[in-house]
Write a protein that binds this ligand. Structure first.
Ligand code: PLP
Length: 437
């Protein structure tokens, strides 16, 4: 496996006035929870929203809101420009040279379903001949990993059921990680789709994307990248990575909920049959049938999340101003601090890559003898907000032999002090539940 070792240079905290200015943008951080200042360590689930994003969305809604792409009036024209400029901003942020490779969806789950449902349509002959390259035959193989979020697993299970294709999965090791050896064990001449997360939302494992893409290409397979935990937390160059499709959600990257993105290489979006039908996605409709607009609009049926797109563009501007590499380095430093602290405590089992190996800005662990939900409640009582449960990755947890883990996840506004508060609250948790500290 290509493991990337982290160095002090790749782990660097945002500090001083800059960090204070960033935090001042987030009103949620000003509150106390259960009488304690909030330590929000659940950004992997959803990020806090900064004032500048809230302000931009509110201002747009207050004076510029209109349905896009159809009105003859000034407001509709302005809203359309803002909407399409937002598409350009998001394209720039994720390294997509062509804004038409960016499709608005409801969230990442919706984006992944759009691809799987579109391929099911192609397999039934919809959109042929252009879609023929995506069509699956019985016996073809779809490859995922055992560590996927359900959003990047169940759509492929359904696609396999619909087409007679076989779902295969990359086995994870005892610590929940996987590498190219495990991938090579499942790739065959019949592999047609390889769907995998860039950064695992449980283990933080960073997938060797370029190597996976190269192997998939050799087999003529389509690659689908779940970029939910990477797009918000570091620089992403989707064109350069060479993936065919990628998906991510606005709410995890300082933007609103209700909006996500499907990225697709131009020829892939041209081949993918649409999966939702109705207004705004057609050129011509008769009582017998309809012709569809080119991508991205053919995938955007119905009234669109316009204010959400405008706000998401503002979120990408904030992330760009701070610098995605610096966001990543900050989170890497926090994750390293937490890993170091956890190593000092008895009875903690961390899942995912060992300390010193590249990982996303999150750490999941099990506390011996204490159910994750009890730990979560105890931590909450001390103002420390973490995620507990299976994190929508039941097969991975089953493989790890646990029902649930505790997950702390960071963002650009997280601080070393919050990590230390988690660590000291964990010591108290162990004492409270009668374990060794
Ligand atoms: C890796 C990963 N994939 C997919 C999703 C689904 O995102 P959403 O619920 O915004 O569609 C998540 C959300 O937790 C995630 O972490």
């Amino acid at each position: 496996m290509t493991t990337q070792v982290t160095t002090p240079a790749t782990r660097r905290l945002l500090v001083g006035e800059e960090l204070a200015d960033i935090r001042a943008q987030f009103p949620a951080l000003e509150q106390s929870i259960n009488g304690q200042p909030l330590s929000y360590l659940d950004s992997g689930a959803t990020a806090l929203r900064p004032n500048r994003v809230l302000d931009v969305e509110r201002a747009f809604l207050a004076t510029e809101n209109a349905a896009v792409h159809r009105g003859a009036h000034e407001l509709a024209a302005r809203a359309t420009v803002r909407f399409e400029n937002a598409r350009q901003a998001v394209a720039d942020y994720v390294g997509a040279a062509d804004p038409d490779t960016i499709v608005w969806t409801a969230n990442a789950t919706d984006a992944l379903n759009l691809v799987a449902t579109g391929i099911a349509g192609a397999s039934r002959g919809r959109g042929a001949p252009a879609s023929a390259r995506l069509a699956l035959q019985p016996g073809d193989e779809i490859v995922v990993t055992e560590a996927e979020h359900h959003a990047n697993l169940i759509p492929w299970q359904e696609l396999a059921l619909a087409t007679g294709a076989q779902l295969r999965w990359v086995a994870v090791r005892d610590d929940g990680t996987w590498g190219l050896d495990e991938l090579d064990d499942v790739l065959t001449e019949r592999t047609r789709i390889v769907a995998f997360s860039h950064v695992s939302n449980v283990t933080g494992l960073v997938a060797p994307v370029a190597d996976v893409v190269e192997r998939a290409r050799r087999l003529g397979a389509v690659t689908v990248l779940d970029a939910c935990q990477s797009a918000p937390h570091g620089s992403l160059d989707l064109d350069a990575l060479g993936v065919d499709f990628a998906a991510f959600s606005g709410h995890k990257m300082l933007g609103p909920s209700g909006i996500g993105v499907l990225y697709g290489r131009a020829e892939m979006l041209a081949a993918l049959p649409p999966a939702r039908f109705g207004g705004s996605m057609i050129t011509e409709v008769t009582m017998a049938g309809a012709e569809y607009l080119p991508a991205p609009h053919r995938f955007e049926a119905g009234t669109q999340p316009v204010s959400q797109a405008v706000a998401l563009a503002e979120a990408t501007r904030m992330l760009t101003e701070v610098g995605p590499d610096r966001v990543h380095a900050h989170e890497a430093a926090l994750a390293d601090r937490l890993l170091a602290g956890l190593a000092e405590l008895d009875g903690i089992r961390v899942v995912g890559p060992a300390r010193g190996i590249e990982r996303g800005g999150l750490v999941s662990f099990v506390v011996d003898g204490i159910h994750a939900h009890d730990a979560g409640q105890f931590l909450d009582a001390q103002g420390v907000a973490v995620r507990v449960g299976h994190h929508c990755a039941q097969p991975l947890h089953r493989r790890l032999g646990v029902a649930a883990t505790v997950r702390a996840s960071f963002y650009l506004y997280s601080t070393p002090d919050e990590v230390d508060r988690l660590l000291s609250a964990l010591v108290d948790t162990r004492t409270f539940f009668g374990g060794a500290a």
